[in-house]
Structure formats: structure tokens, C-alpha cells
Design a protein around this ligand. Structure first.
Ligand code: AOS
Ligand code: ZN
Ligand code: ZN
Length: 388
């Protein structure tokens, strides 16, 4: 069995992956949303489910909120509820994609009253962050156009910068803004923040508290995502990850499910670039569990990140460097592949047990009866869901 050194285990012990509250709600495609028995009916129940993931893995100490989906009357109570369950409230995600007013844009809109409304929504999110103790405001903009000529793309960039400046000025000293990019959808011709370069240009003009959010599902097929990771770390602007995986577009599938090798390559660049357990680089999941149970879906996800992190840490950096210096093409590649092909699961299971965790968190959760309990308890009311 492969053993993991004390240094590697120390690094793994420091790993925390934030869970998205919306992963516990029902979601689906534009064709159908299938309900899962036991789905939370409110933010309190979403947090209770997220705490289960942390309970069996010790990998998920915080939960990201989404406003308005997770709006409550009293955020202090929600915060206390989370802390009672051993988790924290994390990133606050704004939403400018479900309001009729935002049909043609929000932070980029040429109508000043609509743009004002969108900026004010972000002010509200910042107020909530103060109450929840959250550090990060995550902005993903569903803005763009469907037809050439529909919009003045440049003017929209200028208005976006002005909007972001107003939001940035409102941040507290310890708060940050992370700007997510996505190359298409819901718009299909142009998107106002389509790529890391645009996000970088926009946040660099704001200041140190503004960073780029990299969602692994938001690139054209074939994109070398680990190169972008490397570059943003090099520039000191990688603020956060939205981890998920995809076969086609923004599939939001379990991270590491579609392409474990890509996840390994990304995590290797994170390690290489000093991004692991670096408070500047938040690890988050952005996933939806359309047909599978949500809590075990999230447990599987954080375990996949942990396993690939362990493999990335196993790369023999000295050997890799020597092979690279010698222009040993195949030798260098072999160093990387050796680590990737190493099965770390038995060593991780043994380590978990030594920390009082279950060897197999998936099996322990399945045996706990929690899933059956929530299915029985949470009947009636409206199940929370994407868009609810
Ligand atoms: C949308 O495609 C983005 O990935 C967002 O990060 C996220 O899915 C959305 O903000 C959920 O609230
Ligand atoms: Zn995302
Ligand atoms: Zn997405």
C-alpha cells in the first residue's frame, strides 16, 4: 500500500472545501427538475445536510449561500445554527439572472435604474456578509447578447467596471469580491465576462480585494485549464475555484467524475503555485445533483478533491525538475503519471480512521439512516430548488 508522508498528511489535514447550499436543493435541466425525497425546505435544512458532509469527511467546514435563494429574516440565527452543527457560513453569491428587469443586462445595463437595482442587490449581499461573517462576495453575471450588433460590447465593459467599482468600494476591510467568468450561457453570441482575461482585467482595475473565480466547467472544450490556474496564481489573482466536471458544457457534475486526470493536473498546478491551503485561494464546489442523492453526491465530491490533492502532493518535484532541466520529455511525463496512477484510497482510509473518521465516508453515511430520516421528515412544504 502506498503510504503518505507526515508532510503530505499535514497538508491534507488543512484542506477545506466549501459546499454550495444549492447543491442540496432540487435542480435539473431545462427539460425537467426531478425531486429527491428529503430535499431541504429552507436554508436551515440545507445547512444541516451540508454539516453531514463535514461530519463524515472533515473536509467541508463551510457552506456558500445564494441570495435570494437563502434569504432569511435573521442571519444571526442562521449563523448560530451553522455553528451549532460545526460549520460556518461562507461565500455569498449574488443573483442577477432571475429578475425580469435583467433580461438585457444588470451590472452592464444601459438603463441606469436597472443598473442601480443590480448594484443595490450587491450592497444587500455585502450587508448579509457582515451578518453571516462571510468574507467573499461571488459575482457571476448572466449578461451578454444573442446576436451580433445587439449590444455595444465596449460600452458594457465600461459600465461593468463602474458597477464593480461601486460594489468594491462598499466592501469591508476583510471582505473580497470574486468575479466568475463563463464563456457562454445564458447568452450565446457574446458574454460580458467570458474568460479569465476579462475577469482579470476587470478585477485588476479594482484593487487587491478583487480576485478571479475559476469555475472548472466554464471553458471551451479542450481548454488547458491548469495553464489558467498557473497564470492566475502567478499573478496573485486566483481568488477561488468552483469545482465541478463536465462532459459537454456547464454540466455541473461531480468534480473529478468526468475527467479525473484534468482534476489532478489542476491540483498539481495549485500545489506548484502555492495555492494549496492558501487563504487567498478558496476551494468551493459548484455542482447540482439532478438525479442522485445530494448529501452522498457532495461526500463523493469532496473525497474526489482530497484524493486528487493527495496524488498531486505525491509528485516527486525534485525528479520532475531534474527531468525538465535535462529535457527528458518522457522522463518528466513519467514522474507526473506515476503520481497520477497511484491509488491513495487505502492510505486515506487508514488515515481517516486514525483521526476518528470513518474509513469509508460514503458507506458510513449510507448506514447512518440520515437519508431515510430526512425523506420521512421533510414531507410537505416546498422543497428548495435551483431558482426557488
Ligand atoms: C453559473 O453558471 C455559475 O457557475 C455560478 O457560479 C453558479 O452556478 C450560480 O451562481 C449558482 O448560484
Ligand atoms: Zn460557478
Ligand atoms: Zn456554472
Amino acid at each position: 500500500m502506498t503510504t503518505l508522508s507526515p508532510e503530505i498528511l499535514t497538508q491534507l489535514a488543512g484542506q477545506g472545501i466549501e459546499l454550495p447550499s444549492w447543491a442540496f436543493g432540487n435542480s435539473g435541466t431545462r427539460f425537467r427538475v426531478f425531486a429527491t425525497p428529503g430535499t431541504p425546505r429552507d436554508p436551515f435544512e440545507k445547512i444541516a445536510d451540508a454539516a453531514q458532509v463535514n461530519r463524515y469527511t472533515a473536509l467541508a467546514p463551510s457552506v456558500a449561500l445564494h441570495i435570494p435563494w437563502d434569504k432569511v429574516d435573521d442571519y444571526a440565527t442562521l449563523r448560530a445554527h451553522a455553528e451549532d452543527l460545526g460549520v460556518e457560513l461562507g461565500t455569498v453569491n449574488s443573483n442577477t439572472f432571475q429578475d425580469e428587469d435583467y433580461k438585457f443586462g444588470a451590472l452592464t445595463h444601459h438603463d441606469e435604474s436597472i443598473r442601480r437595482k443590480a448594484i443595490d442587490h450587491h450592497f444587500e449581499c455585502i450587508d448579509i456578509m457582515h451578518a453571516t461573517g462571510s468574507r467573499d462576495l461571488k459575482i457571476w453575471l448572466a449578461e451578454g447578447s444573442n446576436y451580433p450588433g445587439q449590444n455595444d460590447m465596449r460600452a458594457r465593459q465600461d459600465r461593468l467596471q463602474d458597477s464593480l467599482q461601486q460594489i468594491y468600494a462598499r466592501l469591508g476591510d476583510a471582505q473580497r469580491l470574486v468575479l466568475e467568468y463563463k464563456f457562454f450561457e445564458p447568452s450565446f453570441y457574446h458574454t460580458d465576462v467570458p474568460d479569465w482575461g476579462t475577469s482579470y482585467a476587470q478585477v485588476a482595475a479594482l484593487g487587491d480585494k478583487a480576485m478571479v473565480c475559476l469555475d472548472t466547467g466554464h471553458h471551451a472544450p479542450g481548454t488547458n485549464i491548469e495553464f489558467i490556474v498557473m497564470q492566475l496564481l502567478r499573478l496573485g489573482k486566483l481568488g477561488s475555484f468552483d469545482f465541478n466536471s463536465r462532459f459537454y458544457a456547464d454540466d455541473d457534475l461531480i468534480v473529478g467524475a468526468a475527467d479525473p486526470f484534468q482534476l489532478f493536473r489542476i491540483l498539481f498546478e495549485v500545489v506548484r503555485g502555492g495555492g494549496l491551503n492558501n487563504p487567498d485561494v478558496a476551494f468551493m464546489l459548484d455542482q447540482c445533483h439532478n438525479i442522485e442523492d445530494k448529501v452522498p453526491g457532495q461526500i463523493r465530491s469532496v473525497l474526489n478533491v482530497q484524493e486528487m490533492t493527495a496524488r498531486a502532493l505525491l509528485v516527486d518535484r525534485a525528479a520532475l525538475d531534474a527531468a525538465q532541466q535535462a529535457n527528458d520529455v518522457l522522463g518528466a511525463n513519467a514522474v507526473l503519471m506515476d503520481a497520477f496512477y497511484t491509488d491513495v484510497r487505502p492510505a486515506l482510509a487508514e488515515w481517516r480512521v486514525s483521526r476518528g473518521l470513518p474509513a469509508d465516508p460514503m458507506a458510513a453515511y449510507a448506514a447512518s439512516g440520515y437519508q431515510q430520516q430526512i425523506a420521512a421528515d421533510r414531507v410537505g412544504g416546498t422543497q428548495a430548488g435551483w431558482g426557488a
